[in-house]
Design a protein around this ligand. Structure first.
Ligand code: FDA
Length: 338
């Protein structure tokens, strides 16, 4: 049997298993209550999550900004299905916007609309978003809406298009290249000058709805970046796919899009790639997360790239407390390219 095919099949199984583990409330409760498990998994999560409190995210943000990176900040949470928890998330985001605004001029605050009420009431979510935008505008903070499963895309775009009319410079939207509908959404739903993050897409979708990882997806991704730039939008190219990034860099339209295009990568993933881009003079934004839901976030990062499981095991048993920010510093690169 072909080894590569066998490994891909195994990785797919591992990825699916991790995604279902991430959804299991009983496993999450067990980990919350078991001090040893909690401590071990926290050590693995530390690579990707700055901490449980916003102050830890803001410290990391400051360190990265002093190196020349811009940052995004996310208070982790999604699919919140009770009103009090949504309200608490809005309060946390309000405090985050306030403190991030004082600390920096290039901060973006990202969140899932399902963290602030989308499962309960779309209109309440819109009001929360407008409230956050009122807070963000005078502080020079940009809000960015993440994109979730395709069953929510219409509702998310509807809330976005209503809110962005009032705050065109302060609300951005994430679009998933894997969805078949996205090229049409780009032409019909984006206002001129919109701020757009393009990702491949993290959720498992039916083939009738989305492309799997493939050359076809990469080609669509590149076309979307070009189309969005053509429409006068500002684009965050949010991928860790170095081959794709190099293909984009080879295109004149991309290399000449100064001021309109940046590269955005998740904290802890491919830090050497972020550093390389920055060293070549490209604008790079690092996406930082914090909060109590770090376990869910860790599962997602391993599921999307199962070889990260090896790294997680190493991190769990390591006696050291590595300084992950150091990987973003010019002389401090400690990881090898994957
Ligand atoms: P892809 O999965 O195609 O893999 C290509 C290569 O990239 C791999 O071979 C490996 O070298 C590297 N790589 C990818 N993931 C890695 C990992 N975890 N660890 C190490 N290496 C890795 N999705 C979504 O649906 N909605 C959203 O709102 C967002 N938001 C978002 C913001 C930002 C800033 C980023 C970077 C990503 C998202 N995503 C997202 C996630 C996105 O859709 C996608 O699932 C992941 O980025 C993985 O896809 P890539 O394009 O990075 O690489």
């Amino acid at each position: 049997m072909n080894t590569t095919i066998r490994n891909q099949a195994l990785e797919k199984q591992l990825s699916d298993a991790l995604k279902s583990i991430a959804r299991r409330q009983d496993i999450k409760e067990y980990i919350d209550q078991d001090p040893l498990m909690n401590r071990l998994l926290r050590k693995a999560a530390d690579r990707y999550v700055t901490g449980e409190h916003r102050s830890q995210a803001l410290i990391t943000a400051k360190q990265l900004e002093s190196e020349g990176y811009a940052v995004s900040l996310e208070y982790i949470g999604e699919n919140t299905d009770n009103a009090a928890a949504c309200e608490q998330a809005v309060e946390e985001l309000t405090a985050l916007i306030d403190e991030a605004g004082k600390a920096s001029g290039s901060t973006r605050v990202s969140f899932d609309l399902s963290h602030i009420g989308l499962l309960l009431d779309t209109n309440v979510t819109l009001q929360y978003l407008l409230k956050l935008a009122r807070q963000a505008e005078p502080r020079g903070v940009e809000l960015f809406i993440s994109m979730e499963e395709s069953a929510k895309t219409d509702r998310i775009l509807s809330v976005y298009t209503q809110a962005v009319k009032q705050y065109p410079e302060h609300i951005g939207i994430t679009l998933q290249a894997h969805l078949h509908r996205t090229p049409e959404d780009v032409t019909s739903r984006l206002p001129v000058g919109a701020h757009v993050r393009i990702v491949k897409g993290a959720y498992q979708e039916q083939e009738s709805i989305a492309l799997p990882r493939s050359e076809e997806l990469d080609t669509r991704y590149m076309k979307l970046v070009e189309d969005v730039l053509q429409q006068g939008c500002r684009v965050s190219v949010a991928t860790h796919d170095e081959v794709l990034i190099d293909q984009l860099l080879a295109k004149a339209q991309i290399s000449e899009a100064e001021g309109y295009l940046e590269y955005e990568l998740l904290y802890g993933i491919r830090p050497e790639l972020s550093r390389r881009l920055l060293d070549h003079g490209y604008p790079v934004r690092i996406y930082l997360t914090y909060g109590h839901e770090w376990y869910l976030y860790l599962c997602h990062r391993i599921a999307e790239y199962p070889p990260n499981l090896f790294q997680a095991v190493v991190d769990m048993v390591s006696e050291d407390q590595p300084d992950f920010v150091q990987q973003y510093v010019a002389e401090g690169i400690t990881t090898s390219p994957q």
